[in-house]
Design a protein around this ligand. Structure first.
Ligand SMILES: Cc1cc2nc3c(=O)[nH]c(=O)nc-3n(C[C@H](O)[C@H](O)[C@H](O)COP(=O)(O)O)c2cc1C
Length: 214
């Protein structure tokens, strides 16, 4: 059976990023269960970024899957065989979370050849990069997936992008020191966009599944 791996790079299990990814998964499985979808929660795992061990670049035994052994090893091996990959993260200080960045180091360094600077993954596949943030389409500080986007595009294929802007950071703004945000403006934005964002996530899942099964 074809498989999509979803990497959840956010810490909160029931908030914006997790919900968007769940809707993506529902969309991918809406074609009668022809696609297996597995979600990996990075914050539940104990793993390191690239250790610079260079095991992936040993002469005549180079590997485009990371050889360092920890909790991420089986995930990276599964991605190498997968048919689609989704990464989702909240934006923290303009970037994806540290956990997502750490994961991406392990995913991408083995792709890079220092012989000719090419980037080769074991397999090309559809990729979606998802973000949630406080920023709006007009005013945001997201660097998206930064320099990793070039690596992903070269090795796996041009990724699609899905962004949920101006999310609710907390359920009840009155309980927190968050005077820099107008709860009323947040509510208005959410009322007009959030269901649409979730629908776009569902549609993106369905569309990736259709692409894989075509
Ligand atoms: C440590 C931290 C840093 C953040 N930095 C930004 C930022 O630079 N830009 C932004 O638009 N939102 C920022 N946010 C808001 C989150 O990206 C936003 O609330 C996101 O939707 C949270 O995702 P979650 O609900 O899945 O946890 C930050 C939130 C936290 C906790």
């Amino acid at each position: 059976m074809k498989k999509i791996i979803i990497i959840d790079g956010g810490p909160r299990k029931a908030m914006n990023t997790a919900k968007m990814l769940q809707h993506f998964a529902d969309g991918a499985q809406s074609l009668g269960g022809q696609i297996e979808v597995k979600t990996v929660r990075l914050y539940d795992m104990d793993y390191k970024g690239c250790m610079s061990c260079m095991a992936c670049k040993i002469k005549d035994r180079a590997s485009n899957v990371c050889r360092f052994k920890d909790a991420l090893t089986p995930v990276l091996e599964e991605i190498a065989q997968a048919d689609g990959l989704v990464m989702g993260s909240p934006i923290y200080f303009g970037d994806v979370t540290g956990q997502m960045r750490t994961f991406l180091e392990r995913l991408a360094f083995p792709w890079l050849s220092y012989n000719d600077y090419s980037m080769t993954a074991p397999k090309r596949m559809p990729v979606l990069l998802m973000e949630t943030m406080n920023g709006t389409p007009e005013r945001n500080n997201s660097q998206h997936y930064g320099s990793m986007e070039y690596c992903i595009a070269s090795a796996l294929g041009q990724p699609e992008r899905l962004i949920a802007y101006n999310t609710y950071q907390v359920k009840d703004y009155s309980r927190f020191e968050l005077a820099g945000f107008s709860e009323e403006a947040k509510r208005q934005y959410r009322d007009t966009h959030w269901e649409e964002d979730l629908q776009r996530a569902f549609d993106a899942g369905r569309s990736m599944a259709e692409k894989i099964l075509a």
